[in-house]
Ligand binder design. Structure first.
Ligand SMILES: [Fe+2]
Length: 214
């Protein structure tokens, strides 16, 4: 969902809006508020200006962070955000992955930028796994969950060697929706359904983000 504001929200307004949506994730790096729930994404901070490949937020963390809210603070238009609604994957594609489970961990290039040593130790211990086929807890929609940039292993292991997942990757690229950012845009999305990515860019770009449980 896109919300267009006449003026950018102040930090306390953004915090209040995110709390009205659900229970926010508390984190440690790049946080802006005392509650540690609002993170700054920027070209010289979190995610820098590199490619950020297809993923679902918090795929590698325990708990289900079902929603994400993102505000354009400065020049978000320098790199559009790409989305793909994984609940819309055709049944034939979902059927290929019934019974499979993925295990998740943050991608190597984000380890230092996004997490403290304590968080990484915890994530490594938790070894979060998620089935490829999940049912949404609110809408009951069937979702093909395969966070491309954060998946580490798949079980059963034999199938991992047989499949390259190209049919999912091709379907995602063909069905992507590109959001071209405008001034003061706020996007709120269902993180279970919406896989997303962005491409590398040049220049100063800044957004605020909160992830939350509903
Ligand atoms: Fe994300």
């Amino acid at each position: 969902m896109k919300v267009s504001c006449p003026n950018p929200l102040k930090l306390e307004e953004f915090e209040a809006l995110s709390e009205s949506l659900g229970k926010p994730l508390v984190t440690d790096r790049h946080v802006l508020n005392d509650k540690r729930t609002v993170q700054e994404l920027s070209n010289n901070g979190l995610f820098s200006n590199d490619d950020v490949g297809w993923h679902h937020d918090w795929s590698y963390g325990r708990g289900n962070y079902f929603g994400t809210i993102l505000q354009n603070v400065k020049n978000a238009h320098l790199s559009p955000t790409w989305f793909c609604d994984m609940s819309k994957a055709p049944q034939s594609l979902k059927d290929d992955y019934v019974g499979m489970i993925g295990s998740y961990y943050p991608p190597v290039d984000l380890l230092d930028k996004c997490f403290t040593d304590r968080q990484l130790k915890l994530l490594s211990k938790q070894k979060v796994t998620r089935p490829f086929i999940i049912n949404h807890h609110v809408t009951n929609e069937e979702i093909l969950y395969y966070s491309i940039s954060t998946i580490q292993e798949v079980s059963p292991k034999l199938l991992w060697e047989d499949l390259e997942f190209n049919n999912i990757k091709e379907w995602i690229e063909e069905n992507a929706i590109i959001h071209e950012w405008e001034d003061n845009d706020i996007l709120i999305w269902d993180n279970l359904k919406m896989q997303h990515k962005r491409v590398a860019f040049e220049g100063e770009r800044m957004l605020w983000r909160t992830q939350f449980i509903i």
